[in-house]
Design a protein around this ligand. Structure first.
Ligand code: GLN
Length: 486
């Protein structure tokens, strides 16, 4: 079986030419033969996945149809799937098993998708390269000497390397879009609230979103359809208008659509070889009839500072629950009192990036500094959000690079946290503004993938996916697969 898109496989399953069991066996076999090199996967439960596959085959034989029935899916290890490890890439949760299903997981299961693996990630979703997992880095299938991007390194590589046609990552400041750009897959960050965060281990709660990943926008849309919608267990969840139009996804007619190019994103910081690829993609959008117009998002220059103040503040609060008392790792108890046991546990359990953020965030929220840092960051966040609202008064979509560079070599940024943070320069703004955005494959520079970011107004996720679908019907970059060990 070729790699295939989820929608190709959908057709085969519905026609009875393919079985879910065969697809799941293929997934497990590819993980077995390829993951020794790539290290995208942290855990599998083959017998459970095969039992779910046989159940999906029974439902298919009985004539049931859903957008994802019988399709294998890989889950980032910060999403709960009952009984499987949920380590979040951290020693702190080594050996911890989920006691319930995340809402997105239970909705996928109800629709008949089959989880086949829990996937590697930067510790607690902090990172841009996939190198901050306590269990070792994930490698880029296009060049194993390079990073795949993070923090959803495992889910993205799982799709890029053909382990599964679909995966779920999470995106706080770019964590599905950046690796999608580095590995040539399609990944969506929905409008904040469209996907429930129940069962997604919190990093920065006002920014975290689950992000569906696939080969195409149509595949991503199919997964989104079965997961979207309000959840009583997540008070920030919202209803997505026009969810019915997600499957089967029809392409947008781009004729006369206005696509804004924010000048702040297309400046001199962009590597020339990346610019060349992206300009060809813009020409393609113009050939489809879109009007490309310059716009400005003037507060973009505050985005990285704002994001890393808001994010670390929320991290310091969210990660306070890891105390070695209730669950997860506990330091050896050598007659320590409770306070020392907690601090010893946190010292040994968290990696350097988690500690850095807890310290920064605690400082930002501390008395005397709160107004100077956290409160100002919230004010800047409002200005950044207003920039987008203003831009969307005159354009339907925005188009930007996902990253100023292609996948960088392993180790290139691990010694310099600030340069790692700067990798997110084009992705954190939309997270702060809570608007939907996606990364689509746009071509190759020096043999490495380059992603184009498309951005839509809040709750226009369907229109965004339709526009990406139109682009993908006119291009074939997303169908190019990496050289893989057989
Ligand atoms: N790289 C960004 C960070 O480290 C984004 C991470 C994410 O989206 N989870 O915070």
């Amino acid at each position: 079986m070729a790699l295939g898109t989820a929608m190709d496989w959908r057709g085969g399953l519905d026609a009875g030419d393919l079985s879910a069991e065969a697809l799941v066996r293929q997934s497990l076999e590819r993980i077995r033969s390829r993951d020794g090199q790539l290290h995208a996967v942290l855990a599998t439960d083959a017998s459970r996945s095969l039992a779910l596959a046989r159940e999906a085959d029974r439902r298919l034989r009985e004539g049931e149809r859903t957008p994802v029935l019988g399709l294998p899916v890989v889950l980032k290890d910060n999403l709960a799937w009952t009984g499987l490890p949920a380590t979040c890439g951290s020693r702190m949760l080594e050996g911890h098993q989920a006691a319930y299903d995340a809402t997105v997981v239970s909705r996928l299961l109800a629709a008949g998708a089959i989880p086949v693996a829990k996937a590697n990630m930067d510790e607690f979703a902090m990172g841009s390269s996939g190198e901050y997992s306590a269990f070792g880095p994930t490698l880029n299938p296009w060049d194993p000497a390079r990073v795949p991007g993070g923090s959803s390194s495992g889910p993205i590589v799982a799709v890029a390397a053909g382990y599964a046609p679909l995966a779920l990552g999470s995106d706080t400041g770019g964590s599905v879009r950046l690796p999608a750009s580095f590995c040539n897959v399609t990944a969506l960050r929905p409008t904040y609230g469209v996907l429930s965060r129940y069962g997604l281990t919190a990093m920065a709660s006002s920014l975290d979103q689950v992000g569906p990943v696939g080969t195409t926008a149509a595949d991503v849309a199919a997964a989104l359809q079965v997961m979207a919608g309000p959840d009583p267990r997540d008070s920030t969840s919202v209803d997505l208008p026009r969810t019915g139009a997600l499957f089967p996804l029809q392409p947008a007619d781009l004729k006369g659509k206005r696509i804004g190019l924010p000048v702040e994103y297309w400046g001199p910081g962009l590597a020339p070889e990346v610019r060349e690829v992206l300009e060809a993609a813009l020409d393609q959008l113009a050939a489809l009839g879109a009007d490309l117009v310059e716009v400005s998002l003037p507060h973009t220059r505050y985005a990285i500072d704002t994001y890393y103040l808001v994010c670390t503040s929320e991290v310091s609060s969210n990660l306070s629950r890891f105390d070695g008392v209730r669950y997860g790792y506990r330091a050896p108890d050598q007659g320590l009192d409770l306070a020392d046991l907690i601090s010893e546990t946190r010292d040994r359990g968290f990696g350097p990036e988690a500690k850095r953020r807890i310290l920064l965030g605690t400082f930002c929220l501390s008395r005397g500094w709160y107004e100077a840092f956290y409160l100002r960051a919230l004010q800047a966040r409002t200005l950044i959000t207003r920039n987008f609202q203003e831009a969307f008064r005159s354009v339907d979509l925005l188009a930007t690079p996902v990253s100023p560079v292609t996948a960088f070599p392993l180790g290139a940024k691990t010694g310099d946290p600030l340069s790692m943070y700067l990798a997110d320069v084009f992705t954190v703004t939309t997270s702060l503004a809570a608007v939907p955005c996606l990364s689509v494959p746009a071509g190759f520079a020096g043999g490495l993938p380059v992603g184009l970011q498309l951005i839509a107004p809040a709750l226009a996720d369907v229109a965004l996916l339709k526009a990406a679908h139109a682009f993908q019907l006119a291009t074939a970059h997303h169908l190019t697969t990496p050289p893989l060990p057989s």
